[in-house]
Design a protein around this ligand. Structure first.
Ligand SMILES: NC(=O)c1ccc[n+]([C@@H]2O[C@H](COP(=O)([O-])OP(=O)(O)OC[C@H]3O[C@@H](n4cnc5c(N)ncnc54)[C@H](O)[C@@H]3O)[C@@H](O)[C@H]2O)c1
Length: 368
């Protein structure tokens, strides 16, 4: 069974195909692109070794393919890599009718997407995300970019893909920790917009964790639908609607940056962020304690989160304020009101953030 979710944004509309065998059918699914002058598959050596041949076999009936490989560590997500890719494309003769295909996790998708946005002032892009996080989040919505030494994702462009292919089979080779990191983002989608997705995860977490095909494709399709709906109303993050996707991220990003992006996978930091921001919502009487407990139970059942380190409050405070989620010097928090609905608030006292994180850290320590 293949699910198809349509993303409609002012700059165009495209399909996200989710299922087993979509790579094999890539040529047919991409037939609407007309006749590309060539496919340039941007990927990492590891993902290419695992999945490159299958993608190439799917694309070959439509046009010739060339692979350009690069390091997909977060440290390689920088402008120098983009320059190297642009030069490799120029040497390979990629012209305006070329299609870049990003095969990999969110790092590959962000770097290849940004390359597609600027090479020859923009060429077509197909996203083939191979991590759960990239399938439900990074590959959909058109955000691309790289990091600077001064901060994460500080340079980038909105560049929507022409198509997104989420091949379920690729998730079979994904390390367990990466898979769980993606699941936290799926939980986020449930909390912000889709109470049925949340309840499904509560009931069927074991089969989802076992990566059972039917359950997994349903969960991915629902999460992609949430992202597509939110993005439709706010393609370029101007109206503020897209902010709801940041549930768990105000605190999550601060945790990632304070720990040098080494201790937590992005999804894990968001997991901690969601735990903390749900507690904040209860303290401010915006969320019932029972709903907060459901959120916490589901997050904890997904698996162990790396422990919260001791955080010096001045550094944490500075990290919270550096994040792009402050405007006019005020911190913005996306807080749950119930499962399936959130609001954006800028009246969370900083002392409450500190108390909640201290409490979470000590209760996590005593559980271990
Ligand atoms: N553009 C957006 O909207 C958006 C949204 C969320 C996150 N992001 C970005 O995404 C990045 C994180 O992405 P990620 O979590 O996908 O991690 P990742 O891209 O770092 O990939 C994680 C690891 O898994 C490996 N891998 C990928 N697919 C595999 C597979 N099928 N089998 C085996 N190994 C595989 C990779 O080689 C890598 O070592 C961050 O840079 C983040 O900023 C972007």
């Amino acid at each position: 069974m293949t699910y198809r979710v349509r993303v409609n944004v002012p700059s165009g509309s495209y399909g996200v195909f989710i299922g087993e065998g979509v790579l094999r059918r890539a040529g047919a699914l991409l037939a609407g692109l007309g006749q590309p002058s060539g496919f340039y598959i941007l990927s990492s050596p590891r993902v290419w070794r695992l999945w490159g041949a299958r993608l190439q076999a799917g694309l070959r009936p439509l046009a010739a393919c060339q692979a350009i490989l690069f390091d997909d560590r977060e440290t390689a997500k920088r402008l120098a890599t983009v320059e190297r890719l642009c030069r490799a494309l120029a040497r390979a003769g990629a012209d305006r009718d070329a299609v870049l295909v990003a095969l990999g996790g969110g790092v590959v998708g962000d770097v290849a997407g940004f390359t597609a946005a600027i090479y020859l002032r923009g060429v077509r892009l197909v996203q083939v995300p191979t991590t759960l996080l990239a399938q439900v989040d990074a590959a959909v919505g058109g955000k691309t970019g790289v990091n600077l030494p001064e901060g994460k994702n500080l340079v980038g462009a909105f560049h929507q893909p022409h198509l997104v292919l989420c091949e379920l089979a690729t998730l079979r080779t994904l390390p367990a920790r990466e898979f769980r990191a993606g699941l936290y983002e799926v939980i986020k989608c449930g909390v912000i917009r889709d109470a049925r997705l949340f309840a499904f995860l509560e009931r069927h977490l074991d089969v989802v964790l076992a990566r059972q095909r039917t359950a997994l494709s349903q969960v991915i399709a629902r999460a992609v639908r949430v992202k597509a709906e939110v993005v439709r109303g706010d393609e370029r993050e101007t109206s503020g609607e897209r902010r709801v996707l940041n549930f768990g991220h105000t605190i999550g990003h601060a945790l990632e940056s304070l720990t040098g992006y080494r201790r937590f996978r992005h999804g894990e930091a968001v997991g901690w962020g969601m735990l903390a921001e749900s507690e904040i919502a209860v303290a401010q009487q915006r969320l019932r304690r029972a709903d907060c407990e459901r959120i916490a139970r589901l997050i904890r059942n997904v698996g162990p989160l790396p422990a919260l380190p001791h955080l010096s409050w001045p550094r944490l405070r500075a990290a919270l304020h550096v994040d792009k989620k402050t405007r006019g010097g005020r911190l913005h928090f996306v807080l749950p009101q119930r499962i399936g609905a959130v609001g954006v608030y800028n009246d969370v006292p900083e002392t409450l953030v500190r108390d909640v994180l201290d409490r979470l850290r000590s209760s996590h320590q005593s559980e271990r």
